[in-house]
Design a protein around this ligand. Structure first.
Ligand SMILES: Nc1ncnc2c1ncn2[C@@H]1O[C@H](COP(=O)(O)OP(=O)(O)O)[C@@H](O)[C@H]1O
Ligand SMILES: [Mg+2]
Length: 250
């Protein structure tokens, strides 16, 4: 579904991605882990075509997007649902308007039809009767759910979650994890989850990749993880400060 080969990306003097190669298979929950500042979000933005790599290829369902003109890129992008770290809801719009935003703004669908779609999607993420509320009236966990509803409403083939559980309390985290799993099973969506919360990530992952020093230094399933001999990965998994990963590498 997503095939990345040897991509590089530099910002000024900073070489953030130094030849990233990875493969996300159709229908899997793919986990990307790495320290803060490792380049996880930059990598996601490359997948979404929001940032172009300096070199390398990114194939989405067989189409290399790195050279695509804008119009065609936008079409590919419609296959993606996005859930960003800060939920990024519009504060001045109701939940209904937030979740149905794309349809209200960019289609001629009847309002009543959009409203019905919104209500159904909110139910799918376990939220009911909040259509008329505003984001500030909701808890952090509920806002995340709304953000997920807004991504799911387009029927995307791929959902990208960037730190979906950052900044919410442990019970809310657990609910979001369950929701992500549930959506994955019910909708058969390919998901890419980025997190530095290993516990969350490992619950969700079919396969995972570890980004360190601008490269994927590990890609495999959970079993491979148990038998890994890579000291850097072991250190990351244990979360110890002493080991081969030093501050300098971030
Ligand atoms: N648009 C940008 N311009 C300059 N530097 C950037 C830009 N986006 C990201 N970076 C740098 O790239 C590095 C990786 O960032 P990021 O992908 O956000 O890390 P994370 O793994 O925490 O998501 C950081 O050092 C960040 O400062
Ligand atoms: Mg990030």
């Amino acid at each position: 579904m997503i095939k990345i080969r040897n991509i590089h990306r530099t910002f000024g003097q900073k070489h953030v991605l130094k030849g990233v190669t990875l493969t996300v298979n159709k229908g899997e929950n793919y986990l990307l882990i790495g320290r803060s500042g490792a380049g996880k979000t930059v990598l996601l933005k490359n997948i979404l075509g929001l940032i172009r790599p300096d070199s390398g290829t990114i194939a989405i369902d067989g189409t290399d997007i790195t050279q695509l003109p804008k119009k065609k890129l936008e079409k590919v992008r419609l296959q993606f649902g996005l859930v960003f770290q800060d939920s990024a809801l519009f504060d001045f719009l109701t939940i209904d308007e937030n979740v149905g935003f794309f349809f209200y703004q960019h289609t001629k669908l009847k309002k009543s039809i959009i409203r019905k779609k919104v209500t159904e999607t909110l139910a799918l993420v376990g939220l009911e009767g909040i259509e008329k509320m505003y984001p500030y009236e909701l808890s952090g966990g509920m806002r995340k759910r709304v953000a997920i509803a807004r991504a799911v409403i387009y029927n995307p083939k791929i959902i990208i979650y960037d730190e979906p559980t950052t900044g919410i309390d442990p019970i809310a985290v657990d609910k979001i994890v369950t929701l992500i799993e549930d959506l994955h099973q019910r909708l058969a969506i390919t998901s890419v989850v980025v997190t530095h919360d290993l516990e969350v990530g490992l619950k969700l992952a079919d396969r995972l990749a570890f980004l360190l020093g601008g490269r994927i230094i590990f890609e495999g399933d959970k079993k491979d993880l148990e038998t890994t001999k890579d000291e850097r990965l072991i250190q990351f998994l244990k979360g110890t400060s002493g080991g081969p990963i030093r501050e300098m590498e971030v």
